[in-house]
Design a protein around this ligand. Structure first.
Ligand code: HPA
Length: 245
């Protein structure tokens, strides 16, 4: 049974270094996940993989069934999740192409099912979300990056926005004032749902672009190039981290 699950985001619908063993369609009581769960091996170690936006990259951030995705990963026996996500860089050092392991979240999303603990409860349930990411898993990612000489920024506040549109420049200024360092559309409720099911969850964010109104040039400039560069680094990072998990 694979202990580690990888959720791939934009630019990572498949893993080139994953030797695929089989695919499984998992139905959950919360509905269908974004696609079948892929079982495979990286560096000889079993992992499961799920493409967050579907394998054809067709599901927009606000339509993803986050509950079904997390429930499916739990159901197939994963206990740790590395969530790869494309983001925009707000902080001046978070330039396109860089990788970040955030340590905090501010949630601006709305209308998404935020919890497994909603109906049929015997008592109201609250999770401790002071530190939204698993610190041991974050540290393993950082350790792997050091071992592989991969540039990986330690810490940052992830602002989770609703999408699917990108933000206005004023919204980014507000996020910055709030303390956000990076902005993405899929970080929540994914992280909270993982915590509710006791999954160790960490995010590896790939800066695809400068956030709106930041940096030089347009927001979409060279986005595919930066994503590709970042995702190539992610593949290298996964090869380093898998043996130590
Ligand atoms: N904003 C929100 N989500 C994103 C961005 C962005 O600039 N880039 C990649 N995902």
């Amino acid at each position: 049974m694979a202990e580690l699950a990888i959720i791939g985001g934009t630019g990572l619908s498949s893993l080139k270094n994953l030797e695929i063993i089989r695919r499984e369609v998992v139905h959950t009581r919360y509905g269908e996940p974004s696609g079948p769960i892929t079982y495979g091996k990286i560096c000889g170690k079993e992992v499961v993989f799920l493409a967050r936006h579907g394998y054809g990259h067709t599901i927009p951030p606000h339509r993803i069934n986050y509950q079904a995705n997390i429930a499916a990963l739990k159901e197939v026996g994963a206990s740790k999740v590395i969530a790869v996500a494309a983001v925009g860089g707000i902080r001046s050092d978070l330039a396109p192409g860089r990788l970040v392991v955030p340590d905090q979240i501010i949630d601006y999303t709305w209308g998404r099912s935020p919890s497994f603990f909603e109906d049929g409860l015997t008592s109201v349930t609250h999770i401790d979300f002071t530190d939204p990411y698993s610190q041991p898993l974050r540290e393993q990612l950082l350790q792997a990056a050091r071992a592989g000489s991969i540039d990986l920024v330690d810490g940052g506040v992830y602002g989770a926005t609703q999408g699917p549109r990108l933000e206005t420049a004023a919204e980014i200024t507000r996020l910055e004032r709030d303390g956000c360092d990076l902005v993405g559309m899929t970080g929540m409720p994914e992280a909270a749902l993982a915590r509710e099911l006791d999954l160790e969850y960490a995010c590896c964010a790939v800066v695809a672009n400068w956030a709106a109104g930041r940096g030089e040039g347009g927001i979409m400039e060279n986005i595919d190039l930066h994503l590709k560069e970042g995702m190539d680094k992610v593949r290298g990072l996964l090869e380093q981290v898998i043996p130590i998990i």
